[in-house]
Design a protein around this ligand. Structure first.
Ligand code: NAP
Length: 256
């Protein structure tokens, strides 16, 4: 072994973009990467990211808020430009923004299908492509796509969401194959059932809540804190030989 860095997980001096950073899991990703040393570009749409900014700054890092609807693909390159202008570069991209629309497949509105694909998949391709070009040029970079256990399973009443998350897993592998030799690692985290707004309807349904809990070996819903370690790992030099991996953080759900 040639090198023994003091902390393989250190992100000091790195710049990260986190989409959907105003609330939910994105807020935790932003704060977690800041805890490990990174300055963060907080991408938000309807939610104010002021609270997340304060969390990042409490770790002594800098935060810059960008308000963008990621479904508007013409606006996406400006996010990468702002990161470079504000912090002088880009090292980490976390594609976290996502939506879910619940309705049985036979009645699923096409507009819901389209909206989910625009937010969860199409924006991710454009952001990966734009960030990837810059990262290839500099010979380094980390992209973390936030997938789902529905990247592997069908789910119920969420056909658009499931399609988007399966496609995201495929995209992660496709980009990893092309960019691994260029120093850019593209991986994904597949959270299991986490307690956020996204899953509130499930937790409020006593039958579904019980069914879900009965299947999780860990016996509880996940929390945003459960995802911070895996995110720091995939953003840091500790994962330099990981490419196209979909890392399940699911309390054991996928083993059942
Ligand atoms: P959430 O609490 O519902 O938050 C969704 C986030 O996405 C918000 O920050 C929201 O920002 C952002 N967003 C939605 N539409 C957007 C748009 N058009 N433009 C920009 N940002 C947009 O969801 P979450 O549970 O934190 O989920 C975060 C990610 O994890 C998603 O990709 C989700 O699929 C994935 N995931 C979640 C779970 C879970 O159990 N919670 C499990 C597996 C995967 P605004 O508020 O500003 O609109």
């Amino acid at each position: 072994m040639k090198e023994h860095p003091r902390n393989r997980f250190d992100l000091t001096g790195k710049t990260a973009i986190v989409t959907g950073a105003g609330r939910g899991l994105g807020q935790a990703f932003a704060a977690g990467l800041a805890e490990a040393g990174a300055n963060i570009v907080l991408v938000t749409n309807r939610t104010s990211a002021v609270e997340t900014k304060a969390m990042v700054e409490a770790f002594g890092r800098k935060a810059h808020i960008v308000q963008v609807d990621v479904a508007d693909r013409s606006k996406l390159p400006s996010i990468i430009d702002e990161a470079v202008e504000t912090f002088g570069g880009l090292d980490i991209l976390v594609n976290n923004a996502g939506i879910i629309r619940r309705a049985p497949a036979a009645e699923h509105a096409y507009s819901d299908w389209q909206e989910v694909l625009d937010v969860n998949l199409n924006s991710v391709f454009v952001l990966c492509q734009t960030a990837g070009k810059l990262m290839i040029e500099q010979g380094s970079g980390k992209i973390i796509n936030i997938a789902s256990v529905l990247s592997f399973q069908g789910g119920i009443n969420v056909p658009g969401y499931t399609a988007s998350k399966h496609a995201m897993a495929g995209l992660t592998k496709a980009l990893a194959n092309e960019w691994a030799s260029k120093g850019v690692q593209v991986n994904a985290i597949a959270p299991g059932y986490m307690s956020t707004d996204n899953t509130e309807a499930l937790r409020n349904d006593p039958v579904r809540n019980r069914q879900i809990l009965d299947r999780i070996p860990a016996g509880r819903w996940g929390t945003d804190a459960d995802l911070i370690g895996p995110a720091i790992f995939l953003a840091s030099g500790a994962s330099d030989y990981m490419n196209g991996h979909i890392l399940c953080v699911d309390g054991g759900w996928m083993n059942r």
